[in-house]
Design a binder for this molecule. Structure first.
Ligand SMILES: *Cc1c(COP(=O)(O)O)cnc(C)c1O
Length: 227
């Protein structure tokens, strides 16, 4: 099942890249394995996947210990400050930084572990009440502030677009995030290396790629429905 799902997703990614004149290598597929057992993670690994996304600290810790193959773990969910210490040296990228206080904690814990931590700023691009993430007009001031923390490297932006029936509806949000990303890149802020745009999930990753996503986070489309 996973093999077929991955083949389908891969084909969609390739076609979206072709349509938008992009190289397939510009887009990284992150398989979102949250709530799914390690047996399915292993199956995805057997089919060539090396990037996995999880939204809970405990689950990252468990899978980090259990999965034997060398893979990269991405923290994509809301992160509490008191849990940063458990994952700062286990994940390759934290996608969900949305406050200076959280960034400060990541910086401190990274220093203790002697690592540099790569992060993305989560943006609430559609201004939804129910979502985490910073509002568009707060992003640049926040990045300027976080850029002074020496154990953190800001790599880009992330968003979770609204749940919509037709993915076309999210195109405007992806485009807005891309524009913000380009604005920040142009500013050449010290210690900020904008190269990752993490946007698009099972329902809308094709549109996200057409609008410039460099990482897409696909769960259901690979592993099937979650309970
Ligand atoms: C669960 C989750 C995904 C994957 O969602 P699907 O719709 O199953 O593809 C992507 N990003 C984040 C932040 C998530 O929490």
């Amino acid at each position: 099942m996973i093999k077929e799902n991955l083949a389908y997703v891969e084909e969609q990614i390739t076609k979206a890249c072709e349509r938008s004149g992009r190289n397939r290598e510009e887009v990284t597929l992150i398989a979102v394995s949250k709530t799914k057992p390690v047996s399915l993670v292993d199956e995805a690994i057997d089919n060539g996947i090396r990037e996995f996304g999880e939204n809970k600290v405990q689950e990252i810790m468990d899978k980090y210990d259990t999965v034997k193959a060398p893979v990269n773990w991405h923290m994509i969910g809301h992160l509490q400050r008191n849990k940063v210490k458990y994952i700062v040296d286990k994940v390759c990228l934290i996608h969900s930084v949305d406050s200076y206080r959280l960034a400060e904690m990541i910086d401190q814990e990274a220093a203790k572990k002697g690592v540099k931590c790569d992060i993305l700023i989560e943006v609430n691009i559609a201004k939804e009440d129910t979502k985490y993430g910073v509002m568009e007009d707060e992003v640049i001031p926040l990045i300027e502030q976080i850029s002074k923390l020496t154990n953190i490297r800001i790599k880009g932006l992330m968003t979770i677009a609204p749940f919509v029936e037709y993915s076309e509806k999210n195109r405007v949000h992806f485009r807005n995030l891309r524009n913000l990303y380009v604005d920040i890149k142009t500013k050449n802020i010290d210690n900020v290396d904008m190269k990752i745009l993490s946007m698009g999930m099972t329902n809308d990753y094709v549109v996200a790629i057409e609008e410039g996503a460099t990482m897409v986070r696909v769960g259901t489309g690979i592993f099937g429905q979650r309970n």
